[in-house]
Design a binder for this molecule. Structure first.
Ligand SMILES: [Zn+2]
Ligand SMILES: [Zn+2]
Length: 177
């Protein structure tokens, strides 16, 4: 856990910069942190409220959605996040409304979990369909060969689907004889 102790923030605005080795990040099923992570932000303090404005940069490694090979993706995510102390004495109803407010997060015990902050930014950076390259040929659906690296002898269905009925007729014809 990478925690920022808010008691160390004594002025209205402070600068925070830190580089974390990739080993400090837990293995995630969707990606691996593959390079040192640079976290830099300004922190604005207003009584018990904190606003963090900055960016996090690194390289993630994630599997290609087509060929499943891991590939590297640079991340440079900017954020502007507000934190306020977790309200402990409000009624349940009130708290629910507050938690729905996505621009505001809560901190507890005078600490902000920077590991969580960075993890969230990584997730927001992930593409909907991660591809090692737009031209990725993917895997052969029959034998699993990575078609970026080699070819296989499998008969794959590359034909124009509009020609399929015709082909079916031909096949039938062959069987008939
Ligand atoms: Zn690929
Ligand atoms: Zn194949």
């Amino acid at each position: 856990m990478l925690l920022l102790n808010l008691n160390t923030i004594r002025t209205a605005q402070e600068r925070f910069e830190q580089v974390y080795p990739p080993e400090q990040f837990e293995q995630d099923e969707d990606f691996t942190v593959a390079a040192p992570v640079t976290l830099a932000f300004d922190i604005f303090k207003d009584k018990k409220q904190f606003r963090l404005v900055g960016r996090v940069r690194t390289t993630l490694e994630l599997p290609c959605g087509r060929c499943l090979e891991p590939f590297a993706m640079d991340v440079d995510a900017q954020f502007d996040l507000r934190y306020q102390p977790h309200a402990e004495n409000t009624g349940e109803g009130e708290r629910e409304i507050e938690e729905d407010d996505l621009t505001t997060a809560f901190y507890e015990r005078d600490e902000i979990d920077l590991g969580h902050l960075m993890g969230e930014q990584f997730y927001l950076s992930l593409p909907m369909k991660p591809l090692c390259s737009d031209a990725c040929h993917g895997l052969c659906p029959v034998c699993g060969t990575n078609l970026n690296r080699g070819t296989c002898e499998c008969k794959r269905d590359w034909e124009d689907p509009r020609l399929k009925p015709l082909k079916a007729l031909q096949d039938q014809d062959h069987k008939g004889h």
